[in-house]
Design a protein around this ligand. Structure first.
Ligand code: URA
Length: 244
């Protein structure tokens, strides 16, 4: 949540009061002066004090889901089942949305939150958040494919992708499996990159997103709240200086 929204919600402060408190260095976040009223904060992860008094509002939620195939990454859809539809009714709280998109038939790690700008920050190109996928393709891949991915694949005729790391797990003329790690998120990027290498993706599972890893205990369609250690990881994305 943005600091200004937080101050309105918890202390009902006017714009003038908020600006004055900031200018007077009366707002501290984990002991440091707040930098901007547009800063993204979480009072469960950070200690927010205003004029020396700690302010708490435990409203931010973070979930990790094993997105199954066939479900779309949207909040609402008239025809197709969305990732939000998979949540228990009591967890379908207002403002919850998936951070980033996986294609309908891609499965794997998906984070969901109601912390407004957090998703934009995690997806912001300046953050270079790495994502690793396990990929199955319908043909052979080899060291040339590894080198091609390392140089940067061209997709959509003239779009050069950033270098990607490819680790081949097994390969044969009819089916191969690999791990691919990207630091950007273009539309259908993994599928297009493999098509540029002459093979079609037949299965795609996201295993990691930044420092988050898909929980081995989750089955497709299951989800859980982020644990304490994972919530600490979120903190780094709340305090840096990209304001959206
Ligand atoms: N690349 C794709 O092609 N699809 C996804 O869902 C994610 C990355």
């Amino acid at each position: 949540m943005r600091l200004d929204k937080f101050l309105i919600k918890t202390l009902q402060l006017t714009k003038q009061q908020r600006k004055r408190l900031l200018a007077d260095h009366q707002i501290l976040i984990d002991g440091h002066q707040a930098l901007s009223l547009r800063q993204n904060i979480d009072s469960e992860l950070q200690k927010i004090t205003v004029r020396g008094q700690q302010i708490i509002s435990p409203t931010e939620k973070y979930y990790m889901m094993y997105k199954p195939e066939g479900v779309i990454c949207a909040v609402k859809d008239d025809q197709k089942q969305t990732v939000i539809d998979l949540l228990r009714a009591e967890d379908q709280i207002e403002g919850l949305y998936p951070i980033g998109r996986l294609d309908r038939y891609t499965s794997g790690l998906l984070l969901l939150t109601n912390n407004g700008p957090l998703g934009y920050r995690l997806l912001h190109p300046d953050h270079h958040v790495e994502k690793q996928y396990r990929v199955k393709v319908n043909g052979d891949i080899n060291e040339e494919t590894v080198a091609l991915f390392a140089r940067g694949v061209i997709i959509d005729q003239d779009t050069l992708c950033k270098p990607a790391k490819l680790i081949i797990l097994r390969h044969s003329p009819t089916e191969s499996e690999a791990l691919v790690t990207l630091s950007e998120g273009k539309y259908h990027q993994v599928k297009k990159m493999f098509l540029s290498a002459g093979v079609k993706v037949i299965e795609l599972v996201r295993l990691t997103f930044g420092e988050f890893s898909l929980d081995q205990m989750l089955k497709p369609g299951e989800y859980r709240e982020l644990n304490q250690a994972e919530r600490q990881l979120i903190k780094q994305y709340l305090s840096d200086d990209i304001y959206i």
